[in-house]
Each structure stands twice: as C-alpha cells, then as structure tokens.
Design a protein around this ligand. Structure first.
Ligand code: NIG
Ligand code: FE
Length: 408
C-alpha cells in the first residue's frame, strides 16, 4: 500500500551530495511544499506534494498540518548505552579538577561501569537500554549503534550483546551491535594486554560469530587501554574472521588513526588529539572520521578538528558517544549544534554527518538520504526553515519520527 506523507514546508532529501569533504548549504536540494511517498517501509519518491497527490490518487494520505521540515532520520554510529549504574561521582571529581585518566587510575572510570554492569542481569540491562533507545528514537535517531565493552569477559560480553539483541527486538529503531570487549584490559584478567586480546580472539569472537550477535568490533587505542601493535594484531584477526572494524582513536594521544587506516577500519572515532598527519591520513582513506562532541562536552575538552577534516576532504560523521563516563548527556542534535558553532560547520555538513555520512561509518548504504529504494526513516521538525533546527541548538525536537519498521 502506497502512503503519501505531507505536505512539508521543506524537505531536505540530502541527495546528490558528495560522501567526503566540505559542503555548503547552497548544495542542499530543498523541496518546498513537498511530500514523501513510501511503500513497504521504503521511499518511493520525494517531490512536490500536490504533484504526488495527483500522480498517485489511490495512495493513502498521512496529512501533516502546519509548518514542518522533513529530514532523514539520524544515524548515531557510536554509543555505549548498554550499561547499568551511574558515574555522576566521576563527573563531580572531574569538575573538581581530576582528569579522566587520573580517575580511571584510581579505580573509577570504565572499570566502575564494568562492575555495575556485571551486577545487572541480562533483562535488567536490556530494560535500561530499551529506555535509552526510546529516548533517542523520539529525538529523531532512527539507527543506533550500541557497543558492549562493560562486560570484559566472555560470559559478561555475551550477556551485554544478548541484552542488546533483546532490546533490538522490541523497538522500531534499527540497532547495530558492536563488540567492544577490547575497551580496557579488565582488572581481574591475569596477563598482559596482548594476552587478553588473544583470549578475545580465541574464546569470544568465535562465539559472537556463531550466535550472530555482532558483525563489528571496536578497540580503544590509548595509553590507558591498548597499544598500537596489539591493536593491529587484534583488528587483523577480527577482520580475518569477517568482522568489520572501528577504532577509538586519538582521544588523548595519537596512534589510533594510523592503526584504523592500516586495518581499513570503517571508522576512526574521537580524534580530539588528531593533528595534520592524522587528518591527511583520514582524508586519503575510506575510513570515516567520527567526531564525538558529547565526549568533549562531558570531559570539558576541545573538539576534534572537524572543520580541518572536512576541508582536507575527509568523510566526517557526528555521533553522541552516549556513555555513563565521558558523555552522559546523549543528546545528539544538541551536541552537533553546539559543536557546529565552534567548528564553523554548515547545516549541510552537520546533517550529512548525522545521516548518510554516519551510515557510511556503519557500512550501511540503505539509509540516510530520502531517495527511491532507501529506508523510510524520517523525522519532522515543527518549523518553516531548516536553519531553525541548528539555531535552536538542539532544543527543537522532531514532533514525528518514522522508521521503515512502522512506515508503510
Ligand atoms: O568513547 N574512550 C573510551 N570509551 C568511552 C568512554 C567510556 C566510559 O568512560 O565509560 C568513550 O569516551
Ligand atoms: Fe566511545
């Protein structure tokens, strides 16, 4: 059954834009008084609303009244929202002057979330995750990547990934699981970092494959986590087993981007510490540069060099990094809008980074733009000009969100 949704004051289909490099708002192909024709959860076309009404007289019409701007649903390609407990204590300590790494070294940090997450059952975790997914979906995020990484043993990582699968089965949002067992070496593992990674390769990754729990792996490359040569070993083993790779790179120190590019990772995420060398590497590769402004805001640090990455020709995605430690806010649009003001990003660059460029970081080519054959993942903002959306710095929320799973 065909369905015509509209009219919308403006539709930003985000089509015809390059995957990499700087964008100007003049390149946006805005459709005024537009409609979206969908069938079986896919876009058939977006065009002038009256024209579509005339050409498809038998389509069911979902009438939109008042001014609205239609965008593709956002893709949050980096989150850690499968966790239990809180780290409000860490946040207070940071604001009292302690650094993220000092807090981690003194027993707080990621390890604290591991303890709290291990203490929760799979169902408790899945229920917590379901609530966070529902909030994100209501805010227009129709595809959400969710990492494990607070289990850090075979049993506990599998529990997290199963909780993610449980939650995925209960939502209209699209959930993309990633195994981040290589977050840090757990304190209860008896052996070196390299041995922990071998244990993951031998004992965890085959089970994840077998049970179809994830097809991506992530690793945190940092002085407090894993070094570059151990990470290269881990990623190449994972790639040989058929996993896609992504990397927590250059958050505090460099090294991660080089590994990500060498391992042909889908994305290198964070990049706050990246310099000209890393920017060039990313611009000349297919690895998507993912900036995580929520982590900069949560840690009170500078942003990744988003403007420079775009000007150099990189594919720049923007994700929330929503996690209990460094990025507890989880409001993707607010984070992107606020960063855009500092980094001087155009609306076209921000929306591209939140949609089709972010889906590239997940190697998904079926979403992020509104054109025939793509998923009918869409969101409508109550305003008459797309510029209102970033201008209101995340306070203007969509009033209607559709995903392919409830849009036919
Ligand atoms: O992306 N950098 C490492 N991992 C997360 C933080 C996780 C945590 O602090 O719990 C991040 O910022
Ligand atoms: Fe992260």
């Amino acid at each position: 059954m065909k369905k015509l949704i509209g009219p919308f004051t403006q539709i930003l289909p985000l089509t015809g834009l390059p995957l990499k490099g700087a964008l100007k708002d003049e390149q946006l192909n805005i459709i005024d008084n537009g409609g979206a024709l969908v069938e079986d959860g896919l876009i058939l076309t977006v065009d002038d609303f009256e024209k579509l009404r005339k050409n498809y007289p038998s389509a069911q019409v979902e009438e939109i009244t008042g001014d609205h701007v239609l965008l593709p649903g956002f893709v949050d390609c980096h989150t850690h929202i499968c966790f239990a407990g809180s780290r409000a204590k860490d946040y207070a300590m940071r604001n009292a002057g302690k650094s993220y790494l000092e807090i981690a070294a003194s027993g707080g940090g990621i390890w604290d979330s591991v303890a709290q997450t291990r203490a929760a059952t799979e169902t408790e975790l899945s229920n917590l995750l379901t609530k966070r997914i529902a909030r994100h979906l209501a805010e227009g995020v129709t595809t959400i990547e969710v990492k494990s990484g607070y289990g850090l043993s075979v049993t506990e990582e599998l529990k997290q990934l199963k909780a993610i699968r449980q939650a995925a089965d209960k939502t209209h949002a699209h959930i993309i699981p990633t195994c981040l067992a290589a977050h840090i070496k757990p304190k209860d593992f008896d052996g070196a970092e390299s041995e922990y990674l071998k244990y993951l390769v031998n004992d965890l990754l085959p089970k994840i494959k077998q049970e179809g729990l994830a097809s991506r792996v992530d690793i945190f490359i940092e002085q407090s986590a894993f070094n570059t040569s151990d990470a290269l070993f881990y990623l190449s083993k994972a790639r040989q087993m058929g996993f896609e790779a992504t990397v927590h790179a250059d958050q505090f120190t460099t090294g991660g981007t080089e590994v990500a590019v060498k391992a042909r990772a889908a994305s290198a995420d964070h990049l706050e510490a990246s310099g000209d060398y890393e920017i060039k590497l990313l611009a000349n590769s297919d690895t998507v540069a993912v900036t995580l402004p929520g982590a900069s805001l949560g840690l009170g640090m500078g942003y990744a060099p988003a403007r420079k990455l775009l000007d150099a020709g990189a594919c720049l995605a923007i994700a929330s990094d929503w996690n209990p430690g460094s990025a507890p806010m989880g409001d993707l649009l607010m984070q992107a809008s606020v960063m855009a003001a500092s980094e001087k990003l155009s609306a076209a660059e921000v929306f591209a980074g939140l949609t089709f460029r972010a889906s590239q970081a997940l190697k998904l080519n079926d979403r992020g733009i509104l054109i025939k054959g793509k998923l009918a993942d869409m969101q409508a903002y109550p305003c008459n000009d797309y510029r209102e959306i970033l201008y209101q710095q995340g306070k203007l929320k969509p009033v209607r969100v559709w995903t392919s799973e409830n849009n036919d």
